[in-house]
Ligand binder design. Structure first.
Ligand SMILES: Nc1ncnc2c1ncn2[C@@H]1O[C@H](COP(=O)(O)OP(=O)(O)OP(=O)(O)O)[C@@H](O)[C@H]1O
Ligand SMILES: O=C(O)c1ccc[n+]([C@@H]2O[C@H](COP(=O)([O-])O)[C@@H](O)[C@H]2O)c1
Length: 211
């Protein structure tokens, strides 16, 4: 399996061991920013994860990707932002040839069956989760941690997916148990309300370029 590490060489799946607790944090990372790092650190701490893998997407299947920088450019920059010994920035989806999260997670579980994977996403993604391919089956593949995001708390917790999965919601005080729980199981983690977004950064960059 190919990922890219420092130096840019194609590599395999990051090292795994039985029982390792790994958070999967997928995104366009166009560009990566401080809130991505903050979400990862929050998940590492609250879920007691061993590692977080950033899955830099070849292209979100629900977004227009015509102006997306190359995967390599996004991975290289994301590494400078992540800069943490327990965060691996990867291009796993390109290596697997998957784009939909359900396919990615199914492939990873098949390749590393003894790893305890958790899907991590911001609250905005819970709001639209019911539009993801096979979202109910995805929720049945691995526990999910949703991290609060400025402007998205209410729409996320009242969303179609949140209502459909209401019985599977885990108390926040049990966050450390989430990676070991049989799916479907999900949690909404408070403690972050960052307004930072890639959209805002791109807008500021364009405004700066126009000056
Ligand atoms: N400020 C934030 N707070 C919480 N989660 C965030 C925040 N920014 C991004 N995320 C989460 O990080 C993951 C990757 O997001 P992405 O790379 O699309 O960044 P983004 O800032 O949402 O980008 P864009 O503005 O282009 O949509 C998603 O699960 C998203 O919800
Ligand atoms: O599988 C899907 O149908 C699906 C639909 C929308 C988004 N996703 C994934 O959600 C993650 C966050 O996407 P983004 O663009 O908000 O950074 C990223 O890993 C996408 O591949 C997945």
């Amino acid at each position: 399996m190919i990922i890219r590490r420092e130096g840019g060489d194609p590599l395999r799946l990051p090292l795994v061991a039985p029982g390792l607790k790994v958070g999967l944090f997928g995104g366009s990372f166009n560009p990566a920013h401080a809130a991505h790092r903050e979400v990862s650190l929050l998940a590492l701490k609250r879920l007691r994860l061993d590692r977080v893998w950033w899955l830099v997407s070849p292209g979100n299947p629900l977004k227009d990707n015509s102006h997306l920088p190359t995967l390599e450019e996004r991975v290289v920059f994301a590494r400078t932002v992540a800069a943490h010994p327990r965060i691996d920035v990867t291009g796993i989806e390109a290596a697997l040839g998957t784009r939909y999260t359900f396919e990615t997670v199914a492939a990873l579980r098949a390749r590393a069956p003894q790893v305890r994977f958790v899907w991590i996403m911001g609250a905005d993604n819970l709001t639209g989760f019911h539009r993801w391919q096979n979202w109910r089956d995805l929720a049945g593949l691995l526990p999910i941690a949703v991290v609060d995001r400025m402007g998205d708390s209410l729409s996320a917790t009242a969303s179609r997916a949140a209502r459909a999965l209401a019985r599977d919601r885990v108390e926040e005080s049990d966050a450390a148990l989430l990676p070991t729980l049989p799916p479907p199981a999900w949690i909404f983690l408070h403690g972050m309300k960052s307004p930072v977004s890639s959209t805002g950064i791109r807008a500021a960059q364009s405004a700066g370029a126009a000056d």
